[in-house]
Design a protein around this ligand. Structure first.
Ligand code: FPP
Length: 250
């Protein structure tokens, strides 16, 4: 039987939460609004979720803002999302800085205009020493692309075959130095990974909710964390309660 939700936060808070912020378009369409209105509402929601993460003492937050596949969307929407990235930096950077947020970018900057690329790099540089919340913004990010880029990096550095192991590969990923996500959330009811953190998410707990991203607020995050805290993570081992006879691997 489902246990009632205890709405105070449990002890076991994930160190790193990653979110696929999905459902902006459907949120807008369901209100008779253009899709971009959904992206703007989703952007407003960023502030609430970042504040909640700080309050819940989550140390790392990774947000999937634009995938390497999103370039295939209508030009108007692609341009709108690029504009949102610029607006977020222009309007929110000071507040993020004041909140102790360290901004990082994961993905490729090469398809952005030099102007926007510089803005992103300056924002990263400005907040470099903050450590209350490390916020990774995945923009023009793809998990497969990241692995290809890691392989290229290792070859360029002349890494010897016998020196390649999981630890070394992790160092060549965009997320070098960031612990793997404990919890990956996907909003909007879609049940896919969509090329997000495919290496880093090997043992992450997944949480799916039908709530569209613009409506995913602090209480929704709290529910996800409570659900996470009830899971038993085995990392391919057996249950601690199985007294040596456990058959559960995964
Ligand atoms: C998926 O919803 C959402 C995106 C592709 C963009 C997410 C971007 C934001 C929340 C804005 C914040 C952005 C930055 C740059 C920090 P969808 O459009 O695929 O929704 P749908 O599946 O309902 O159509």
């Amino acid at each position: 039987m489902a246990q009632p939700l205890n709405l105070t936060l449990p002890e076991k808070v994930p160190t790193h939460v990653a979110i696929i912020m999905d459902g902006n378009g459907r949120w807008a369409i369901s209100r008779g609004l253009p899709r971009m209105a959904g992206h703007r509402a989703g952007t407003e929601n960023l502030r609430r979720v970042i504040e909640a993460c700080i309050e819940f003492k989550i140390r790392y937050l990774t947000l999937y803002a634009f995938s390497t596949e999103n370039w295939g969307r209508p030009q108007e929407e692609v341009q709108g999302l690029l504009r949102i990235l610029e607006d977020v930096i222009d309007r929110e950077l000071q507040q993020l800085f004041d909140q102790g947020v360290q901004l990082r970018h994961i993905g490729r900057l090469d398809r952005l205009t030099p102007h926007l690329r510089n803005k992103v790099m300056q924002a990263v540089e400005l907040t470099r020493t903050n450590d209350r919340l490390i916020l990774n913004v995945a923009f023009n990010y793809g998990g497969r692309d990241e692995i290809v880029s890691a392989i290229r990096g290792m070859l360029q550095d002349g890494v010897k075959v016998e020196d390649i192991d999981e630890k070394l590969v992790s160092k060549y990923l965009y997320t070098a130095g960031v612990p793997d996500p404990d919890l990956i959330i996907r909003t909007s009811g879609e049940l896919r990974g969509s090329n997000f953190l495919i290496w880093q998410g090997a043992y992450s707990e997944w949480y799916f909710t039908s709530t569209y991203w613009p409506d995913f607020d602090k209480e929704e995050l709290r529910k996800a964390i409570i659900e996470y805290s009830r899971r038993e993570r085995r990392f391919g081992g057996v249950s601690q309660n199985s007294e040596g006879n456990g058959i559960n691997a995964g």
